[in-house]
Design a binder for this molecule. Sequence first.
Ligand code: HEC
Ligand code: HEC
Ligand code: HEC
Ligand code: HEC
Length: 213
Amino acid sequence: MSRAIRFVPVVLMIAVAVPAFGQIIPGDPGSYPSISVVNTAHNLNNYPGVTIPGNQVCLPCHTPHNALLAGEDNVLWNHGETGETFVMYSSTANQPEGPSKMCLSCHDGVTAIDNYGGNSGSIVMTGDAALGTDLSDDHPIGVEYPTSAPADYNAPASFSPGIGGGTGVQLVTISGIERVECTSCHHVHNNGLGNFLRVPIQESYLCLQCHIK
Ligand code: HEC
Ligand code: HEC
Ligand code: HEC
Ligand code: HEC
């Protein structure tokens, strides 16, 4: 039998398998792909001009010792913090704190991406991912989640699991208040769903975790 003939069924199998593979089904975490931070835009070695010593992916954001923040929320932070004052969505929104401030320490388009480990750095983010300092045209952050408005918002206990069955959409407790922050929708370490989202955007599944519409 020739090699060419034996090859045919394999090609057919692949052709049949392709449409199903990789299909994201909102509400079925088993269908959510997982992509490690190593293979994402958050491996800052991938940003033009940035080189991390020894390919240490975690280093621009974390350090095992002498972190910049102390206490429970320090997450061993190693990146220079943004010093900008932001224009917020509404007057009830707080200036970025906690994880949102960490995100904006690169995504403000002002603080250098390679400002970490005590070096001030020089490579500043440009393009769409640089949200800038005017957040009034972005989804609100730094706002309290209105658990007291059950007609408009789902109870947090009903939020569905995310990638790998881990935490999906979440609220972030700051100063004892449950808030919407960048990490409510984004998972900084995993880009399986694209845009580092915690649950699929397909069918607006992400939005409908919180909003009853
Ligand atoms: C681009 C910045 C960035 C990179 C790179 C990064 N992290 Fe993080 N990490 C964060 C931020 C921001 C938080 C806090 C917000 C949160 O928990 O989502 C965090 C939180 C954490 C936490 C505590 C919360 C949790 O998710 O368990 C751990 C552990 C962690 N990171 C480990 C790592 C490791 C290990 C690496 C490298 C393989 C890494 N991170 C790479 C930004 C980063
Ligand atoms: C140390 C710098 C740094 C920090 C901290 C950081 N990012 Fe990023 N992020 C980047 C860079 C660099 C890119 C790639 C931008 C580009 O390609 O133009 C990026 C890209 C992204 C993207 C787009 C991904 C895509 O697929 O196009 C999202 C979404 C994002 N970041 C969200 C966050 C959130 C949310 C946080 C905080 C939890 C955060 N980032 C913290 C540097 C950072
Ligand atoms: C309510 C959910 C939600 C919150 C809160 C949120 N994002 Fe996003 N973000 C999204 C969605 C959905 C997308 C993908 C759709 C899009 O590009 O507009 C996105 C896209 C992005 C991108 C890629 C933009 C681009 O065009 O390349 C970046 C960077 C980003 N977010 C950073 C942040 C940062 C930083 C914060 C906090 C200041 C934040 N996000 C808060 C839902 C959210
Ligand atoms: C983690 C929960 C959460 C998620 C996920 C979420 N939202 Fe929101 N959203 C809120 C909260 C809370 C507010 C109200 C903020 C305020 O007014 O203080 C809000 C406000 C809004 C507003 C403005 C309403 C107004 O009266 O000004 C719009 C529009 C909106 N969200 C759309 C979306 C869309 C579209 C998505 C998906 C891409 C989304 N939201 C995802 C919690 C969420």
